[in-house]
Design a protein around this ligand. Structure first.
Ligand code: FAD
Length: 434
């Protein structure tokens, strides 16, 4: 009897609990389902990144004598077909917890009663597993993180050396991985590349991470997020290796992985945050659904150098520093009052690391929509943000040459920043007072 490993956001062989479990009781093969519900709702760059990592996973299987199937369709139709065709004994999958993933997995579970084993592995500590002493969910990061750091470290798993031989029908079609052109250059795909990038980061940048992480140019950071999002790199392994290096940089970096887990936990407990502010009172800000203003923001044409540099970099590369993400999200929500849901979605689709949980948490946090303890009355000064986090102006000049590297508006801004700030604060105070 053969087992099946259904890979979703875990496109890796190393430290993969679904794979390890599957191999414990027999030979196993992998499956990636090309799910139209996900793929039709995203962008060419993100599909291309997913396809390249799927291809790399297929090669990793093949190198060890294994096989990865690729099938298109709705998972709750595809899986029963594969199970029947190959006489699969059990299906193993790493648990996902976005609202769509939970809907999907429930349907697949119903289509294959008793045959699926869900295992942890997308996070260091599973959404829902870090709870208050009274069993409730955390909504503030610091107390969550205290519990998180105190939780026992997960046991890491090796990638298999060789897959046991399978006896499939000789004409069995493994299915092909589509190809799609990306509009941005993609990083090297696959877990071997991700593990190498991790080693380079640990050696070169981790020791100074706590001092260098906040720059707008995103130079002191790992840029491993696009591997974590698809599970090409295990966050459990990355945290373990960083802590082995030790020091303040390592502590700060692993704490960022804790933010990733916290994001997953928030969405797990509060699926409504996909469409509604975590604290629903903030829905009554005087939103301004102005398509021209939205387009100016999205394409980096606001006249405000730091905002435009961020959005142009994101458009051109699929990546943006954490500081830059906070700046543009706060500009969009608090100053432009663009409906946050529209911005969050467009933003996620530009990011190679775009992830529902982390992006929602980031937008809620930066936009003051009720996640964590971020005070609503904090409104960035967009001139000093640039001067502090890009002191030479080199990053600004690179992305907005017309600014000459200066933080002041290079043309009349699409909104008057001072008027916008006062308008937001007046509305926010009314809401906060109730
Ligand atoms: P590092 O600084 O090297 O951090 C290591 C890892 O920790 C990251 O790869 C990431 O997995 C995790 N991490 C770091 N910061 C955060 C954070 N604040 N929240 C959650 N996880 C974090 N991250 C995403 O992965 N996908 C998103 O869609 C996303 N959208 C965001 C939107 C906004 C508005 C904001 C403010 C933040 C968003 N983030 C998102 C979080 C963070 O900005 C990125 O994870 C980080 O910039 C990626 O770069 P890095 O890999 O070099 O990070």
């Amino acid at each position: 009897p053969v087992n099946l490993v259904w890979h979703r956001a875990d496109l890796r062989l190393h430290d993969n609990p679904a794979l390890a479990e599957a191999l414990r009781t027999g030979p196993a093969l992998g499956l990636v389902v090309l799910d139209p519900n996900i793929l039709q709702n995203t962008t060419p760059r993100r599909r291309a990144w997913f396809y390249q990592n799927t291809l790399a996973l297929r090669e990793a299987y093949a190198l060890r004598g294994g096989l990865l199937l690729v099938r298109s369709g709705r998972p709750w139709e595809v899986l029963p077909r594969v199970v029947t065709e190959l006489g699969i004994q059990r299906v193993f999958a790493v648990r996902n917890s976005t609202p769509y993933a939970r809907f999907r997995d429930q349907k697949v579970g119903e289509a294959l009663p008793g045959r699926i084993r869900w295992v942890p592995g997308q996070y260091i500590h599973e959404p829902g597993s870090i709870v208050k002493p009274d069993g409730g969910a955390y909504t503030v990061f610091t107390p969550y993180s205290k519990r998180w750091w105190a939780a026992p470290a997960p046991v890491l798993l090796e990638a298999p050396d060789r897959f046991p031989p399978l006896h499939l029908p000789p004409d069995y079609n493994p299915g092909s991985v589509p190809q799609e052109a990306s509009d941005v250059p993609l990083p090297p795909a696959g877990e071997a590349a991700a593990l190498k990038a991790l080693e380079v980061f640990l050696h070169d940048k981790l020791p100074h991470y706590h001092q260098a992480r906040d720059g707008l140019a995103g130079e002191g950071v790992s840029r491993l997020s696009y591997y974590f999002t698809l599970g090409v790199l295990s966050p459990r392994l990355a945290a373990r290796k960083a802590l082995q290096v030790g020091g303040e940089g390592a502590h700060k970096w692993v704490n960022e992985l804790c933010w990733r887990d916290f994001s997953g936990d928030l969405l797990y407990h509060r699926p409504q945050m996909m469409t509604q502010a975590f604290d629903p009172r903030w829905e009554s800000l005087p939103w301004n659904d102005d398509s021209e203003l939205f387009a100016a923001w999205l394409h980096g044409q606001t006249g405000i150098p730091v905002v435009d540099a961020c959005m142009r970099e994101l458009q051109a590369t699929g990546f943006l520093s954490n500081r830059g993400r906070m700046v543009v999200a706060q500009f969009a929500v608090k100053l432009a009052l663009l409906p946050w849901q529209r911005c969050e979605r467009a933003f996620r689709n530009l990011l190679l690391d775009g992830d529902n949980a982390s992006n929602l948490q980031g937008w809620h946090w930066a936009g003051g929509l009720g996640v964590d303890a971020a005070p609503y009355f904090r409104v960035f000064n967009l001139i000093t943000q640039a001067q502090t986090h890009d002191p030479q102006g080199l990053w600004l000049k690179r992305w907005v040459p017309e600014s000459g590297g200066r933080a002041q508006p290079y043309k009349t801004p699409v909104i008057d920043l001072e008027v916008a700030r006062r308008r937001y604060l007046a509305a926010a105070e009314r809401i906060a007072r109730g």
